[in-house]
Design a protein around this ligand. Structure first.
Ligand code: NAD
Ligand code: TYD
Length: 352
């Protein structure tokens, strides 16, 4: 039985990936290591928690001693590394936490993998899940390719860029079998409502203001999270050691256009008059260092591994809105406690 460690499996993308792997590969043992920060929630995996090929372990990747012991005990064949601090606004308020988890945590995992694989790298893999934000910001034209220069601007993207460099350094220096993928913005079920789409769904439901940063002209390339999980599965099984793959949705949206589309879909779902939810839009002070545009060229992935996004955005967005509307209990649970304090500190002084 192949033993695969997924880190950060209780988070948004991690939980979709764990679900896919547990259901699709009964002959793999899937281990999910997660610290369960505010963003990690075991409810995200309640449908697979009793499967015989699934094990959850609570732990912190920053704790080198624990990670080393843990790897020695389980002797994983492969690691798919998603655990991270993932929200740009939080990284602006607390960069150190991002350095610890995203940089140090990654290096701890690399070291422990190297140590348990010291006899042979045969059939072993360290797969690092990263973001397109490491490439910085695009102007009006062009797309990020695998050869784009690293140019991170936020503490989040700088920490992810640093972790990517460490992963490549372990390939170059120690010959460790690694693969990296850099994906665009994900959307879908189980995303913590601090990121744009679930935050705005939650605020529209509760008739709260929709805080649009700056003029709302920034552009993001949105990908359905289950398509990302599918891409990770394909890349994981590709045996393309040392390679990088960009994953994207060919789906660029200006924030304000996306927000207006969400408002209009939700007016219908909530039986509100057309235009009612749009009245909640409130332009607030821009995010510091706000990247203008992200867009991914994923032609390498399509050409070499035949992956393509499966879902049209309008369909995916409606599915996503339906999921949040019918999972009110999940939303209520995750929006209590720490979330409230965080929300207050982010937005109380932001009105312009
Ligand atoms: P998330 O914030 O929803 O989940 C992160 C998970 O990591 C949580 O379950 C959390 O508890 C866990 N975690 C955090 N610190 C930890 C630590 N020290 N030890 C162990 N576990 C820890 O994030 P996400 O959106 O699912 O992103 C997952 C990965 O994908 C990240 O590496 C992120 O950089 C990358 N990524 C995300 C997006 C996106 O749009 N969300 C896009 C591209 C790449
Ligand atoms: P976000 O979901 O935080 O992802 P990222 O910054 O990693 O791309 O934000 C997506 C876009 O939405 C980004 O341009 C910032 C903007 N945004 C707002 O305008 N208001 C908000 O409250 C949030 C969270 C994001």
């Amino acid at each position: 039985m192949k033993k695969i460690l997924v880190t950060g499996g209780a988070g948004f993308i991690g939980s979709h990936l764990v679900r896919l792997l547990v259901n699709k590969y009964p002959n793999y043992s899937i281990f999910n290591l997660d610290k369960l920060t505010y963003a990690g929630n075991l409810e995200n995996l309640s449908d697979v928690e009793n499967q015989p090929n699934y094990t959850f372990i609570k732990g912190d990747i920053v704790n080198a001693e624990f990670i080393d012991q843990f790897f020695k005990e389980y002797k994983f064949d492969a690691v798919i590394h998603l655990a991270a601090e993932s929200h740009v606004d939080r990284s602006i308020s607390n960069p150190i936490e991002f350095v610890q988890t995203n940089v140090l945590g990654t290096v701890n995992l690399l070291n422990s993998s190297k140590s348990i694989w010291s006899e042979s790298y045969q059939d072993k893999l360290f797969y690092h899940v990263s973001t397109d934000e490491v490439y910085g910001s695009l102007g009006e034209d062009g797309l990020f390719t695998e050869d784009s220069k690293y140019d991170p601007h936020s503490p989040y993207s700088a920490s992810k860029a640093s972790s990517d460099h460490f992963v490549r350094a372990y390939y170059d220096t120690y010959g460790m079998p690694v693969i990296i993928s850099n994906c665009s913005n994900n959307y879908g079920s189980f995303q913590f409502p601090e990121k744009l789409i679930p935050l705005f769904i939650n605020n529209i439901v509760n008739n709260k203001p929709l805080p649009v940063y700056g003029k709302g002209e920034n552009i993001r390339d949105w990908l359905w999270v289950e398509d990302h999980a599918r891409a990770i599965d394909v890349i994981f099984h590709s045996n393309k050691l040392g390679e990088t793959y960009n994953i994207g949705g060919h789906n660029e949206w200006k924030n304000i256009d996306l927000i207006k589309l969400m408002c209009s879909i939700m007016d219908k779902k909530l039986m509100r008059d057309e235009g009612e939810s749009q009245k909640l839009i409130s332009f607030v002070k821009d995010r510091a260092g706000h990247d203008m545009r992200y867009a991914i060229d994923s032609s390498k992935l399509k050409k070499e591994l035949e992956w393509e996004p499966s879902l049209q955005f309008e369909e995916g967005l409606e599915k996503t809105i339906d999921w949040y509307l019918s999972n009110e209990k999940w939303l209520k649970t995750v929006t209590s406690g720490d979330y409230r304090n965080y929300y207050e500190s982010q937005y109380s002084n932001r009105q312009i």
